[in-house]
Ligand binder design. Sequence first.
Ligand code: ZN
Length: 256
Amino acid sequence: MALKILADFGIDNPRDVSIEDIIYALNIPLKYSKLTNCDGRIIHGDGKSLIVVNDNIGFETRRNFTLAHELGHYLMHRADLIQHLDDSASLAWFDTKNKTRISQQEIEANTFAAEILLPSHLFKEEVFKQPFDPGLIREISDKYNVSRSSVIYRFIEMGNHPICVFYSKDNKVNYWKRSQDFNFKIKECTRIPPPDDSVAAEFFGNGTIYPLNESKQEISKSTWLEVKEEYADDSFYEYCLVHSGTNLAISVIWED
Ligand SMILES: [Zn+2]
């Protein structure tokens, strides 16, 4: 459906058009309003529907994603949409554990949003033969106006370089996810604080946030991984994407 919309409008690259313009061009009523505890929703009236998006979303990438998510609901689920408010739980499309708690409609709306903002075939072109690097993630994120975390999570599936991603909140590792070809044994670390010598631990412990040019930090192979002693000090890298407001750290680890 996302690719069909782009094709219908003759859009080869979604960078050229804003998602807002697509919504207007489809003649779908859109309104920005004050919403509490929620980023977006759809209001149904008598034969009419309205997309409402919170006018106070701080990040442009998040507003974009919300707009695209609601557009997905509008196009795919309007007739039988389960009434709901979209908040950070339903919009957390990358959280695989969360997927068991949110409905199929949410998964579909999130997949639609990811695909209309940055179609998979374009993403694959962007990362083709590219080693993982924080600069690459920022470049793609800026180019397509999508969040860095969403680029990281798609890199797990479609990147050409094995990575593992740990998602920690309030100084506890919630879950991790790795590329299929990330062939290392990961230490038992969920539901406990991130390892002492990790970059995530520096953030939770001292509030350390590295400047952009230092976002690739050297760690030891044994920081997050179960390795034989002889390899324990081998070089590994961690890029920690943090958000102080929500006390959240997303750590990507990889070998050069
Ligand atoms: Zn939704």
